[in-house]
Design a binder for this molecule. Structure first.
Ligand code: NAD
Ligand code: TDX
Length: 332
């Protein structure tokens, strides 16, 4: 593997992957990122200019995408509109980036015969009951709930169709909820950590019974690299680290780690259509490709993440007020 084109590499998980790849391989990395409100140049600061280039642009721009894909050995496609709450208020950018953007990239990849890895989410499978022993597998039928997850599902199906109809050299991964450094303050864990830093009470949607299956972003990156190196073309791999926790437990952990009473949070208006529970069975990735997560202790990973947000206020502060202003309008 020599030249990687990483779309969305200035976002949360994409930037983690870029750091991970530069540390663990000798690859050259080009990031293509539009630097939307979710993209941040500061997440890519200090990288070796001999091995790293940032191209600012839109994945829907075929004239820009085509030569970048032609030059790459592998495209790793992270770019997306990624926040469920935003998708409920303004779905259009999700259709443009997640559907048309993916279409634009796979058209270029098929034209140039470029290996393609598509990053997706467990949310394409819909949700599970709280007391259901089942977890999602690669065979679970698609049943997305939100504008965000339905556009991600649509993008997965485009990639599958391009593999079958045109022989696109692609793999797909569907990962559970990520946490770690460089996550935008609109998302659950960073929002609550930065609220506490600001002396504001954490905001729990509804009763907080909804379960998410947490994985550290570094483990997501190691899994993606494993799939790029060893995955079978046409296959889908689920990525998860057995990290199921309900939102109330997570808020309580944040509060106690930050020296406050566990119940010092507010319950706010629930998310419409709020998925109840996600849970990933990642046996295929573990048994067929030999991957295993390294961050098995969620409480330790969360404590490290809290420390990171305390130490990197200059990274998140510019987004905090505008993000909270949006939530305020929504009563959240
Ligand atoms: P993010 O919102 O933090 O980052 C998205 C990045 O894509 C930003 O840098 C943004 O500027 C860029 N981008 C958006 N539209 C673009 C466009 N039209 N052209 C070029 N760049 C554009 O998202 P994230 O949380 O890092 O998620 C990355 C990927 O991982 C997404 O595909 C998401 O669906 C998937 N995923 C996320 C999670 C999670 O827990 N966050 C879990 C599973 C899968
Ligand atoms: O303030 C909040 N309070 C709250 O209770 C916020 C922002 C969220 N929540 C709840 C909603 C969810 O049950 O916390 C849970 C996690 O919320 P998000 O961080 O918005 O993540 P989620 O909707 O689960 O989706 C995430 O994981 C799957 C990513 O944003 C997606 O991009 C990914 O596909």
């Amino acid at each position: 593997m020599q030249k990687l084109l990483v779309t969305g590499g200035a976002g949360f998980i994409g930037s983690n992957f870029v750091h991970y790849v530069l540390e663990h391989t000798d690859a050259q990395v080009t990031v293509l990122d539009k630097l939307t409100y979710a993209g941040n140049r500061a997440s890519l600061q200090g990288l070796d200019p001999a091995r790293f280039t940032l191209v600012v642009g839109d994945i829907c721009d075929a004239a820009l995408v085509d030569p970048l894909v032609a030059e790459a050995d592998v495209v790793v496609h992270y770019a997306a509109e990624s926040h469920n709450d935003n998708s409920l208020h303004d779905p259009r950018p999700f259709l443009d980036t997640n559907i048309i953007g993916t279409y634009t990239l796979i058209e270029a990849a098929r034209k140039h015969g470029t290996r393609f890895h598509h990053i997706s989410t467990d949310e394409v499978y819909g949700d599970l009951e709280l007391d259901d022993p089942a977890r999602f597998t690669e065979a679970t039928p698609y049943n997305p709930s939100s504008p965000y997850s339905s556009t991600k599902a649509g993008s997965d199906l485009l990639v599958r169709a391009w593999v079958r109809s045109f022989g696109l050299q692609a793999t797909i991964s569907n990962c559970s909820n990520n946490y770690g450094p460089y996550q935008h303050v609109e998302k659950f864990i960073p929002r609550q950590i930065t609220n506490v830093i600001d002396g504001v009470r954490p905001k729990l949607y509804g009763a907080g019974e909804n379960v998410r299956d947490w994985i550290h972003a570094n483990d997501h990156s190691s899994a993606v690299l494993t799939i790029i190196e060893k995955g079978e073309i046409g296959q889908t791999y689920l990525i998860g680290a057995d990290g199921e926790k309900n939102n109330k437990e997570v808020v309580e952990l944040i509060l106690t780690h930050m020296g406050l009473p566990a119940d010092a949070y507010d319950q706010v208006i629930d998310r419409p259509g709020h998925d109840l529970r996600y849970a990933i069975d990642s046996s295929k990735l573990r048994s067929e490709l030999g991957w295993a997560p390294q961050f098995s202790n969620f409480e330790q990973g969360l404590a490290d993440t809290i420390a990171w947000y305390r130490e990197h206020e200059q990274w998140w502060r510019p987004q905090k007020d505008v993000t909270e202003a949006k939530y305020k309008v929504q009563g959240q």
